[in-house]
Design a binder for this molecule. Structure first.
Ligand code: AGP
Length: 607
């Protein structure tokens, strides 16, 4: 996640912006920069490395201005260079950005054909160039931003500053959080309340699709349709803002909704600047050196391994063995130097997983940890620790960590396929192009929350619930059942759809909701047959599918939930949203402690 700050102040904004950027360090950075407008003239200073480098640059080349925007950038795609650092400037426009612009390549080609000269490898520069072209065409800054936003695809947060306008900033939120800070005759923009805390505790959180025209008199907020929107101005408790729920009732809700932005961040870390190749910044990982991949984890992390098994085997043709950590070492599995063993853990402290890592440490060819805590025990004891970049996950039930684990494995399966000679570079780029659609598609799936909340009212009445799925939807069925169990305390089981008829179908009657994860893919018709076996016995089927699937198979089902149409490769990431959201709203209906369910702990540090 990158950090954004913007200030329309009554006094010099530069030192305040640097202070605010330091408060965004928890988001990480590999470069930082600020731009100001003074007497209508845009100025910009950028530096590679930590904030102290930007301060050193400012000491030797000072910048003044009461209006400015600033940015921190983490070591994401490609080498961190000054040219790639934000803010990006084109003509009279300066912009800072957090997220992914999916269609930056065709837009860049279009702009280049119109004569635009690009100076960086980033997708962000396309936003500055497009906005500048709109202004050159005679639009006002507000019209230019409005027209620019309409051309962008992806999930992002943006802040704009304009030459000739000392009292104007424009902010936009689509999939990544952004907040407006209210001062006394001053106004601010920030990635979160923490960044704004040095200036104000009066905050308005932009909602999905909002954009705001900010002057020192206040902010005019427009919704995604361009209508003026009235958003709540809240007084934020700045002391606890580090783990602030923002506008959400629970951390679980906040973390579910953070997925578009953290996933963009996770993906960016493992893609080169042009998003044409997968990279592993942490070190050399060559899948072609190994005969087998062994993956070990617990709970939700294990289900991420289960999905990854399909991807590695299908894309790279490498055999994958998976196991839960608590069983793995006690069966004394043979491990060879030709084995790559991957341990997955959000906390990096799960005792079962750590013990399993120690079992293989002197046996395996390479021990890799895929973790959300780079300083954790599992990260430290592995040969190579790969971060998932999900940010702090407070809720005991894992959500954004799961989808970030999937995103990392999706990227690694593409890398493995290329290294094992199974795909050409062009195919790698095509698969990556699909991956960069994920933040937007998750956003679209999140828009179904009201429908999921309605369904949860009925699920909350059930005593037993089954989840079914085929292919990569089978581990999603397992994860959906786990989420429901641990959040609402309702008994739930996940099954491979084809396995139901081998016994579990005896459980079916009209009191048992059966949730089928079934995107239209090569296995769809088989899943529909299993669904019909359930309905023939009075079972209530909730069909979770896409519009085509609903068209083909919703006759006779109890309810249908329609998700965006997606490539089967990406389905597990998108179908995690209903798995999480149905459980979350069922728990609310049941009145359980959503963020700290009974009997559980966020990290199980005992075997
Ligand atoms: C997930 O919702 C559960 N809280 C639990 O299964 C969890 O995934 C498991 O304990 C593993 O935790 P880890 O990823 O921190 O190792």
């Amino acid at each position: 996640m990158c950090g954004i700050i913007g200030i329309l102040g009554k006094s010099d904004a530069v030192s305040l912006m640097v202070t605010a950027l330091k408060r965004l360090e928890y988001r990480g950075y590999d470069s930082a920069g600020i731009a100001t407008v003074t007497d209508g003239v845009l100025g910009c200073r950028r530096a590679v490395g930590k904030l102290v480098e930007l301060e050193a640059t400012l000491a030797t080349a000072p910048l003044q201005g009461k209006a400015g925007i600033g940015h921190t950038r983490w070591a994401t795609h490609g080498a961190p260079t000054t040219a790639n650092a934000h803010p990006h400037i084109a003509g009279p426009v300066a912009v800072v950005h957090n997220g992914i612009i999916e269609n930056f390549r065709p837009l860049r080609d279009e702009l280049r054909a119109a004569g635009a000269k690009f100076t960086s490898e980033t997708d962000t520069e396309v936003v500055a160039q497009l906005c500048a072209a709109n202004i050159a065409a005679g639009m006002t800054p507000q019209q230019a931003v409005d027209a620019t936003l309409k051309r962008l695809e992806g999930a992002f947060a943006l802040a704009f500053l304009f030459a000739g306008h000392d009292n104007l900033m424009i902010a936009a939120r689509r999939g990544s959080p952004l907040a407006i800070g209210h001062g006394d005759g001053e106004m601010f923009i920030g990635s979160d309340a923490l960044a704004l805390a040095p200036m104000t505790n009066r905050v308005t959180y932009l909602e999905e699709g909002d954009w705001a025209v900010v002057t020192r008199d206040g902010a005019k907020i427009y919704d995604a349709l361009g209508n003026l929107a009235n958003r709540e101005l809240r007084v934020v408790n700045v002391d606890s803002v580090m783990i602030d729920k923002g506008t959400h009732r629970h951390f679980m809700a906040k973390e579910i909704h953070e997925q578009p932005s953290v996933l963009a961040f996770a993906l960016s870390h493992y893609l080169n600047a042009n998003r044409t190749a997968v990279v592993v910044p942490e070190g050399d990982l060559d899948f072609s050196q190994f005969n087998r991949i062994v993956m070990v984890a617990c709970g939700t992390a294990f289900y991420a391994c289960h999905v990854a098994k399909y991807w590695f085997e299908q894309h790279a043709r490498i055999p994958v063995e998976i196991d839960v950590a608590s069983e793995f070492r006690y069966r004394e599995p043979p491990i060879s130097p030709r084995d790559l063993v991957i341990f997955v853990s959000q906390s990096g402290e799960t005792a079962d997983t750590l013990a399993a890592l120690r079992y293989v440490k002197d046996k395996a060819g390479l021990v890799v940890a895929v973790i959300n805590a780079p300083e954790s025990s599992i990260a430290r004891e592995a040969d190579l620790a790969l971060p998932i970049k999900a940010g702090v996950e407070v809720s005991v039930a894992s959500s954004k960590a799961f989808t970030c684990q999937l995103a990392v494995f999706a990227a690694l399966s593409i890398l493995a396929a290329r290294q094992c000679g199974k795909i050409e570079a062009s195919a790698e780029t095509a698969l990556i192009q699909k991956l960069t659609q994920l933040p937007r598609l998750i956003n679209e799936a999140l828009a179904q929350e009201p429908a999921m909340a309605l369904i949860a009212r009925d699920l909350a009445k059930a005593r037993d619930i089954l989840f079914l799925g085929r292919g990569t939807m089978f581990p999603l069925a397992l994860e959906g059942a786990l989420k429901l169990k641990e959040l609402s305390y309702i008994h739930a089981e996940g099954y491979a759809s084809g396995e139901l008829k081998h016994g579990p179908i005896a459980l079916i009657d009209e009191s048992v909701p059966v949730i089928c994860f079934a995107p239209v893919d090569p296995l769809f018709d088989k899943t529909v047959s299993n669904m019909q076996e359930v309905m023939a016995r009075g079972g209530k089927v909730l069909l979770v599918t896409d519009a085509e699937g609903a068209e083909r198979a919703s006759d006779g089902v109890w309810k249908t939930l329609i998700l965006p149409k997606i490539d089967p490769f990406l389905a597990p990431v998108i179908y995690a949203i209903p798995a999480q959201m149905l459980a979350y709203h069922t728990a609310i209906e049941k009145g359980t402690d959503v963020d700290q369910p009974r009997n559980l702990a966020k990290s199980v540090t005992v075997e």
